[in-house]
Design a protein around this ligand. Structure first.
Ligand SMILES: [Zn+2]
Length: 419
């Protein structure tokens, strides 16, 4: 007897299932394995995939319920909804002034020293109400969804004081309950030193450890604890203190590492058993090898390199060394204001010489691993969520060629057409 389903996607020219041994993030040559099926189909019931494979076998297995939805992909590419594993979704204010200053030659660190950068966004975010932040977040999630993102990570880190950090995380929780996009929360209290702690970073680190982490865990507001380990932000020792305290309280470590200089952030990520180290523009071979040995993922943010005019992270070297890579937007108001994972895939190929297949795996299944949601999303396999994107393209290799435009035609979240 055929299984009744409520969603059937047919006439899929290239179905990228990303099926495979997905218990661990993809490394090396497995990053290129897209599980490509020509003339494919997908069927789902109650938001969960029931069948995905060659059209003939899927249509043998299932029958569409009378009120079900039948989508014709028009011979185009269908792939898993994008997972964006590093964003600063929640913030208020604009950084247009400093963008213009940077065009005039000021560096990111010079701007930060003058009270711009993260601290300027902090001021605007402290002034905003939780409702304001939810409204801004909703508008941004709509735009991300339109570009094919169906799961996103979002960090705090523009409050930099207990109540404002909690306000940001509560806004994230309200959004994930109210919006089609799933939002995974990360506590980033150690994002920058707030002005009231100027000259005494250790006192602020104590606040993060003794006040903020317990309060965040008490309200169950975050999955991960992140820190910005950089000259002008937090030293490796301070970062270790924060990440260790977070881990002891049940928040898995993540780290902004080696973005503007090599401070040994990659090595620290491996040492504390971080799920990922992010940025890594200046990471050393030694640091990357340590990450490969401990299975710490590299979340690469080529939008930031483009926007700051910095060299791209050495993705090819990471793959060679056996590091598992993922791609993310780093969406934020100062250094990467893009909503678009297709644009990030394009930059991954053009700037970091990823093969289109590698970039797609890094933006789906590996991105899901980087925020611990790979059991549910990131590939189109039986039992997983029916989160899928229909592109306006018939060949997946054209995805990075569409940079600056939106190649996403239809977005499906848990079996429903949402964009
Ligand atoms: Zn970031």
């Amino acid at each position: 007897m055929k299984v009744p389903v409520d969603l059937l996607i047919v006439n899929v020219g290239q179905l990228l299932t990303l099926a495979g041994p997905n218990e661990w993030p993809r490394t090396g040559s497995s990053l290129r394995e897209l599980g490509l099926i020509r003339d494919g189909a997908i069927a789902a019931a109650d938001g969960v995939i029931v069948a995905a494979g060659p059209a003939a076998s899927v249509l043998d297995e299932v029958v569409l319920a009378p009120d079900g939805a039948r989508l014709d992909a028009g011979g185009n590419v269908v792939l898993p909804g994008f997972v964006d594993p590093h964003t600063h979704l929640i913030h208020a204010g604009s950084r247009a002034d400093e963008f213009v200053l940077r065009l005039g030659g000021a560096t990111y660190q010079q701007i930060a020293e003058r009270g711009g950068g993260i601290v300027s966004t902090m001021r605007a975010t402290r002034e905003a109400s939780e409702d304001d932040l939810v409204a801004l977040g909703r508008m941004r999630l709509d735009r991300m969804l339109a570009h094919g993102t169906t799961t996103v990570e979002a960090k705090s880190g523009y409050g930099l004081a207990l109540d404002d950090e909690l306000k940001m995380l509560r806004a994230i929780h309200r959004l994930t309950a109210a919006h089609e996009v799933d939002v995974i929360p990360t506590f980033l209290g150690a994002h920058a030193l707030p002005p009231e702690h100027r000259g005494d970073p250790d006192a602020y680190v104590r606040r993060v450890v003794e006040e903020m982490i317990p309060a965040v865990v008490d309200e169950d507001l975050a999955e991960f604890c992140d820190v910005f380990c950089e000259a002008g932000a937090f030293t490796p020792d301070q970062s270790r203190t924060v990440l260790t305290a977070g881990a002891e309280a049940g928040l898995e470590p993540k780290i902004h590492a080696d973005e503007l200089s090599d401070l040994g952030g990659a090595r620290l990520a491996a040492e504390v058993g971080a799920v990922s180290a992010d940025h890594l523009l200046y990471a050393s071979d030694e640091g990357l090898s340590a990450m490969a040995a401990t299975g710490t993922m590299a979340v690469l943010l080529p939008g930031t390199a483009l926007f700051l005019g910095l060299p791209y992270a050495r993705a090819r070297r990471m793959i060679e060394l056996g590091v598992a890579i993922a791609l993310a937007t780093d969406f934020n108001p100062g250094t990467s204001p893009t909503y678009s994972m297709p644009m990030v895939i394009a930059l991954g190929c053009i700037g970091m010489r990823l093969d289109p297949a590698e970039a797609i795996a890094a933006a789906t299944i590996n991105a899901a691993h980087a925020i611990r949601v790979a059991e549910e999303v990131g590939s189109l396999e039986v039992g997983k969520a029916a989160d899928a994107v229909i592109l306006d393209l018939t060949d997946y290799r054209e995805l990075p060629m569409a940079f600056g435009t939106n190649p996403v035609r239809t977005v499906i979240k848990r079996g429903r057409v949402v964009g």
